[in-house]
Design a protein around this ligand. Structure first.
Ligand SMILES: C[S@@+](CC[C@H](N)C(=O)[O-])C[C@H]1O[C@@H](n2cnc3c(N)ncnc32)[C@H](O)[C@@H]1O
Ligand code: SF4
Length: 360
């Protein structure tokens, strides 16, 4: 039974220079109209009991606590559920953060991105580092005890010394969880344009690998478990919601452009606000496209997602073609068998995309 829901909030104060997530600037009236439609969309689905709820974006912290509460009130949520909200430092302070907690949010994912104002500016973030740190401290005061921080590395002109400084400051804040993503140059973004014009250069592979290795070693030295390619946590603080994605579990996805996975179908919602609302108005789920997950693509997803979980990996498929792929990857020292499951080796982790390609 489905027990996870992703709720997309497609609003941002300003588009960051590297980001291609579905989000745009908006006013209060449009945000309220969106919340009303979102609630109607949720009501088009059966009333599942949720163990995890995730407000992602965009910038969910642009919603008021009262709006979050109305959305949560339409859901049936288990007593010890994980209820996460992504928070952009500039968009909420003291009282608003307290309202999120009162509404039922018990985990925050704060978009810090970098501990260096030079890079925050380059990224086009709307906050500086001081604002990032003080929001983090505020959330602690309010009583949040499960906090994740989002960072990025391999940024244009970033050095290994910059990464070392970021890691030092990150660990000093002592979050329960953090995600650190290597920059992806997404077509259509301001960064991508600069790359094409030659104003920015991609980080050399060797330097990126050195940065990643430093991050992993420093996190481990400071008692964080590296449990997923880009995710680290203290014992017992794995992101429960995202772990369901990596385990290839089904989940409901609602909101503009949201993806979901239900009854063997992976679907994507309408990307245009008007089409999204029109569909809901006539009581129809606002789905844009469906992909039926047959046995072959189920195994593709299961391998590509499951191998991201570095300690858990995947249960091997016993079919001959898979056995052949595993053998080849074991011979290259990319995969190793542990307790009857396959996991990535350190070499496989650094070349994860090459490993995943074998399963497509
Ligand atoms: C969809 S964003 C939501 C968080 C929130 N909107 C914020 O930025 O504060 C989730 C995370 O994805 C990461 N991200 C977004 N675009 C990326 C890119 N092009 N390459 C690598 N990481 C990216 C950022 O770390 C970001 O915090
Ligand atoms: S990174 Fe976050 S704040 Fe920036 S544009 Fe993307 S979703 Fe919005």
């Amino acid at each position: 039974m489905v027990d996870a829901i992703y709720i997309h909030i497609p609003f941002c104060v300003k588009k960051c220079n590297y980001c291609d997530f579905l989000s745009f600037k908006s006013d209060e009236e449009t945000i309220e109209k969106y919340v009303v439609n979102l609630i109607k969309e949720i009501e088009l689905y059966p009333k599942y009991n949720y163990d995890t709820v995730y407000f992602g974006g965009g910038t969910p912290s642009l919603l008021k606590g009262e709006q979050i509460k109305r959305i949560l009130n339409t859901l049936s949520i288990n007593a010890n559920a994980e209820v996460t909200l992504e928070l952009n430092p500039k968009t909420a302070s003291g009282e608003e953060i307290r309202e999120f907690k009162n509404a039922g949010i018990n985990r925050l994912s704060i978009g810090i991105q970098s501990f260096n104002d030079k890079f925050l500016k380059k990224l086009g973030r709307i906050h500086n580092i001081q604002e990032g740190i003080s929001v983090y401290k505020e959330t602690r005061k309010i009583g949040f005890n499960s906090i994740s921080l989002d960072l990025m590395f391999s940024l244009p002109e970033e050095s290994i010394e910059d990464v070392k400084m970021d890691m030092k400051k990150l660990i000093e804040l002592n979050p329960e969880h953090f995600s650190i993503y290597s920059l992806i140059w997404e077509p259509g973004t301001n960064f991508y344009e600069k790359l094409k014009k030659g104003e920015y250069k991609e980080t050399e592979n060797d330097l990126e690998a050195d940065m990643y290795e430093y991050i992993i070693d420093y996190a481990k030295k400071n008692s964080y478990t590296h449990y997923e390619i880009s995710n680290f946590c203290k014992k017992g603080y794995e992101a429960r919601h995202n772990t369901k994605y990596w385990r290839n579990k089904e989940y409901l996805g609602v909101g503009l452009g949201a993806s979901g996975y239900l009854d063997n179908i992976r679907y994507k919602n309408q990307m245009k606000f008007s089409s999204y609302c029109d569909s809901i108005l006539i009581g129809k789920k606002p789905i844009l496209e469906n992909e039926i997950v047959d046995e072959v693509s189920l195994e593709e997803y299961r391998h590509i997602l499951g191998l991201r979980l570095l300690e858990e990996g995947i249960v091997p498929n016993t079919e001959e073609n898979y056995v052949k792929i595993y053998k080849e990857l074991e011979n290259k020292n990319f995969l190793i068998k542990k307790d009857g499951r396959y996991i990535l080796t350190k070499k496989g982790l650094f070349l994860a995309n090459d490993v995943f390609e074998k399963f497509i």
